[in-house]
Design a protein around this ligand. Structure first.
Ligand code: HEC
Length: 174
């Protein structure tokens, strides 16, 4: 009995360490795929946009994910799936904002504040501010998004709408 009490927590700690690693790997993929999708959008590259969507939609194993996060992971995959079959780059703006929102709700529910480097472009900063629920990042970019209602947007869902407008207003690549 004493043995079980002693070993139980140790075993649990070890597996949760390993699980954490796997989750972080999955997250780095998410960050890269989301960034690729944004970049493909800005370049008007439909093929690359669809491929990034396909990668986001993939059902990789995420061991040890808390149950309450399941719906958010499925939401990311389902936006990924719709991006993978989008018929034109221009149609993707609202879906990219929805993607940022789905990333953000999971981080919010799990109460994690992931760190990631600042991004060069305003729409990229806005995307990752929403996705990482990062107030400071939002405050850095809000003024630059004034034409799209940046400073007035105080909730994450209002900010998602700002992101959609700023993505739609990007100059169209030839
Ligand atoms: C199902 C929940 C969930 C979803 C959905 C989710 N994340 Fe995460 N994310 C996490 C958790 C949890 C962590 C913190 C790592 C940990 O502690 O397991 C994290 C960490 C991160 C990190 C930091 C990784 C590092 O290097 O430490 C980044 C960047 C990130 N997420 C980006 C994203 C992006 C972009 C999306 C959407 C495309 C996304 N996440 C969707 C749960 C989620």
């Amino acid at each position: 009995m004493i043995v079980a009490v002693w070993w139980g927590p140790v075993a649990c700690m070890l597996t949760s360490e390993q699980r954490l690693d796997q989750r972080i790997i999955e997250m780095r993929d998410h960050e890269i795929d989301a960034f690729d999708a944004l970049d493909a959008y800005a370049r008007g590259d439909l093929g690359a946009l669809r491929e990034a969507g396909e990668r986001l939609a993939r059902e990789d194993d995420v061991p040890g994910l808390p149950e309450e996060a399941g719906p958010m992971l499925r939401a990311v995959r389902s936006v990924g799936a719709s991006l993978s079959s989008v018929s034109s780059v221009a149609d993707a703006a609202p879906q990219l904002s929805t993607l940022a929102g789905s990333c953000g709700s999971c981080h919010e529910v799990l109460e994690v504040s992931p760190a990631a480097p600042d991004r060069a472009k305003d729409f990229e900063q806005a995307f990752f501010a929403i996705a990482l629920r990062d107030e400071e990042r939002w405050s850095k970019v809000a003024d630059a998004l004034t034409p799209h209602g940046g400073p007035a947007a105080t909730t994450w869902s209002q900010r998602q709408a700002v992101l959609t407008r700023s993505l739609s207003a990007l100059p169209k690549p030839d």
